[in-house]
Write a protein that binds this ligand. Structure first.
Ligand code: AHR
Length: 530
């Protein structure tokens, strides 16, 4: 019943069958993990730990932007507590301004001393004051030390509008737009690392057919230029095309069409990434509660989230057909748990709590991305603050860090680490009619050569004894952090912010083996000292 997680779905089925046949043997609580330190996989691009911040509910206003006159401590209007928290998780990039919002965003509304007051029809129909615009976003990125992933408006904008926005942000020569940027307070050109050409153009972004979108993609790719002198020969802006939103034929046809066109693209257009959106919802509209649920909802949501693996496999296989050299990254730039709005909240604001279940969900997805590191080189959890599966919740001057935040913090050592293959006997966890792999794990080597392990115990009831075989490196000690809580739906609140926080853990070393016991429903990251 040894499963290679490179082929997890298939082997997991065999594991289930074996488990059924040898049920009594399952009394053993030990899971053996083999880490093949002699083999190196792809780099786990730090961009898979990217964030998404849309003008939606309190994602921007209150979550990031309080304005310079606020009594909440801020730097040029940006909350200091939020910046400090985000710096600690080393956010690599932030996707902005949407989402569906991006295809109705007109950048000129968000620059200069007089801001146009508009509406946000996608998200509650509320007033959009535009007080957080290009300069504020770039200042925020500067404060947290992250790269800009700008989604330009393809749905209701024009190539000219997008091209001028990029010129405004990136031109160093004294063009009229560059001078306007300087007059608005920023003489030096901004860096734009990533350009999203539209958002969900098959739906909220304009309900386009693949062919129609392709014609737009070619135009935007050609004319929306980055002029920053530092981004010409190296650190060039990467262009990300709209990709699939699921695994159904409609989406595979979309990926086929875009990738086929890419294969025969000419000098005049290019793309470096294909976006994919996939939320863990189970059924639409989102109806699972984010608080006050039990083991049934825990296991159902986690079962559903594991579909990410098959979805990536499916679209990566199409990409391999047209791009065997894997030049185009699969960019999972919207993902996470999407639950019912919290009672009493504005349903258009997508407010939900974040529980231990979300921590396990995040770890499982990050591990899937890491296992596909050769193709998945960027991902953006939705969304960073106060919206969907967020890192941070705020309420006026209060701020609380979510269980998902702590997973991102624990995973920092995996940013740009080299993936190291692991094989293991996952075992199974069953609840009602749901069966899941009981354990998940990844390993990576950081730049200094140190080995890091992540092991998730999905089972909410049983601890598990882990024996990690790291032959060839001579382990001396292993220690790190583990994240768990009393219940699957345990959350951090403003009043009780430390219910789900990591605590130190250390392992025993026996020869080439790292031995430790994982608590039920836990996420653990360990460094192995050699
Ligand atoms: O993240 C919320 C919304 O979900 C985004 O605006 C849209 O792209 C997706 O449908």
């Amino acid at each position: 019943m040894v499963s290679s997680f490179l082929h997890r779905s298939r082997v997991f089925l065999i594991a289930v069958l074996c488990a059924i046949i040898t049920l009594p043997a399952l009394g053993g609580e030990k899971v053996a993990i083999w880490v093949d330190t002699s083999k190196a996989g792809a780099k786990i691009d730090r961009n898979i730990f990217g964030q998404f911040a849309e003008h939606l509910g309190h994602g921007i206003y209150d979550g990031i932007w309080v304005g310079p006159n606020s009594t909440i401590p801020n730097t040029r209007g940006i909350r200091n507590d939020v910046v400090a928290a985000l710096k600690a998780i080393k956010v690599p990039n932030v996707r902005w301004p949407g989402g569906c919002f991006a295809d109705e965003y007109h950048w000129r509304n968000g620059i200069g001393p007089q801001r146009a007051v508009t509406l946000n029809p996608n998200w509650g129909g509320v007033i959009e004051p535009n007080t957080f615009g290009t300069h504020e976003f770039m200042d925020f990125l500067d404060q947290i030390d992250a790269d800009a992933y700008i989604s330009v408006n393809v749905g209701s904008g024009t190539p000219r509008e997008a091209a001028e926005w990029l010129e405004y942000m990136t031109a160093s020569q004294p063009t009229t737009l560059a001078k306007e940027r300087a007059a608005n307070g920023h003489a030096a050109p901004y860096r734009v690392g990533y350009l999203g050409i539209g958002n969900e153009s098959w739906d909220c972004g304009g309900n386009m057919t693949p062919d129609y979108y392709l014609s737009q993609l070619k135009i935007y790719s050609r004319f929306v230029r980055n002029y920053n002198p530092e981004q010409q020969s190296k650190q060039q802006m990467l262009k990300i095309a709209v990709g699939p939103g699921g695994g159904e034929p409609r989406w595979t046809e979309w990926t086929e069409a875009i990738m086929k066109a890419y294969q025969s693209h000419t000098w005049s257009w290019d793309m470096n990434g294909l976006s994919m959106h996939s939320y863990t919802v189970v059924k639409w509209p989102p109806s699972y509660a984010s608080i006050g649920f039990g083991e049934t909802e825990y296991s159902q949501i986690l079962k559903s989230t594991l579909d990410m693996e098959d979805l990536i496999d499916k679209h990566a296989a199409i990409m391999d057909k047209y791009d065997p050299e894997k030049k185009v990254a699969l960019v999972v730039d919207e993902w996470g748990g999407w639950y019912a709005p919290l009672p009493g909240s504005n349903p258009g604001f997508l407010v939900q709590q974040n529980s231990l279940r979300d921590a396990v969900l995040a770890a499982l997805n990050l591990n899937i991305f890491a296992r596909h590191a050769d193709r998945v080189r960027m991902a953006n959890i939705a969304q960073m603050i106060n919206v969907l599966q967020s890192m941070i919740l705020t309420d006026k001057e209060k701020m609380v860090l979510t269980p998902t935040y702590y997973v991102y913090k624990m995973y920092v050592p995996f940013q740009d680490a080299t993936f190291v293959p692991v094989t293991f006997n996952a075992g199974i966890y069953t609840h009602d009619n749901i069966t899941l792999p009981r354990v998940d794990a990844i390993a990576g080597k950081d730049k200094s050569g140190k080995l890091w392990l992540e092991i998730t115990n999905v089972d909410p009831n049983r601890p598990v004894e882990i024996e990690v075989n790291v032959s060839g490196i001579g382990p001396k000690s292993a220690a790190g952090e583990t994240l768990t809580a009393p219940k699957v739906d345990s959350v951090n609140t403003f009043g009780a912010p430390s219910t789900v926080v990591p605590k130190p853990v250390s392992a025993k070393i026996e020869g080439d083996k790292v031995m430790l016991k994982l608590e039920p429903k836990s996420v653990t990251v360990l460094a192995v000292e050699q």
